[in-house]
Design a protein around this ligand. Structure first.
Ligand code: ARG
Length: 241
């Protein structure tokens, strides 16, 4: 048996890496005047740590550095609205799925009649987060120029200032951004960015951690807590802009 879980218990802390630019999964909220990472994934991380009998520590990193952070032991797990892909599964071990979300597009309201789905992106500049499955699927579209950015917030700003015509990201995140920004709307993309399952990533071979997390996920799934409790709580916590 591996020593991952035993080591975490000895440390007393489980370190979660995430990129807090992805509401309602993870975002910077404000508690008592202090920036704090909040969101449905953080609530999930807290539950996993609690079930292990340890404290959760959240570390913010750029999305594209998260899986490397896992491999270099900067974090013990990554929860970041992350999709399980065969490519990623080569370097990390995934838990079972805890949520599902397809790819959506965000566009300016004024373009609603011109852009209906990804077919209408030809000849346009489209933004996506570097390292995301959405970035890969936009890259594959012919005649579309892909604008990769590190931070999802910057993609929204570029869209609002008309530097790009659309942003591709997880549908539920696109919805959250659209709800909190007037002038932009989300539409279904028609894109299949691979598997739409969200999974937790652990170091390759950390089976004791994967098993422990899977137990927590199974328990939460009994009453659909991620969807029915964590997501609504996160939406309530979201800052108003
Ligand atoms: N679901 C997409 C992927 O796995 C994007 C996730 C981005 N997450 C974030 N916290 N910014 O590639």
């Amino acid at each position: 048996n591996d020593h991952y879980l035993a080591n975490i218990k000895k440390k007393g802390t489980l370190v979660m890496g995430t990129s807090p630019d992805y509401p309602p999964y993870e975002f910077l909220g404000n508690k008592d005047g202090q920036n704090e990472v909040e969101g449905a994934d953080v609530q999930l991380g807290q539950k996993i740590a609690k079930d292990m009998g340890v404290k959760l520590q959240v570390k913010s990193m750029g999305f594209d550095s998260l899986l490397v952070g896992l491999q270099t032991n900067k974090v013990d797990m990554v929860i970041a609205g992350l999709n399980k892909t065969p490519q990623r599964a080569k370097s990390v071990s995934f838990s079972n799925s805890y949520y599902k979300s397809g790819t959506g597009l965000i566009i300016n309201k004024d373009d609603k009649n011109k852009i209906k789905d990804y077919h209408d992106l030809k000849g346009k500049a489209v933004g996506a987060q570097v390292g995301s499955v959405q970035y890969d699927s936009i890259k594959k579209l012919s005649g579309v120029s892909t604008k990769g950015m590190e931070n999802a917030n910057d993609l929204i700003m570029a869209l609002k200032s008309n530097k790009i015509s659309a942003v591709a990201m997880d549908q539920s995140v696109a919805q959250a951004y659209a709800n909190h920004n007037s002038g932009i709307v989300t539409i279904p993309s028609g894109l299949h960015s691979g598997d739409s399952d969200n999974n937790i990533a652990f170091s390759k071979g950390a089976n004791s951690l994967v098993q422990s997390a899977n137990k927590t996920i199974t328990n939460l799934q009994k009453d659909n807590q991620y969807t029915n409790k964590f997501i609504p709580t996160a939406i309530n916590e979201m800052p108003n802009n």
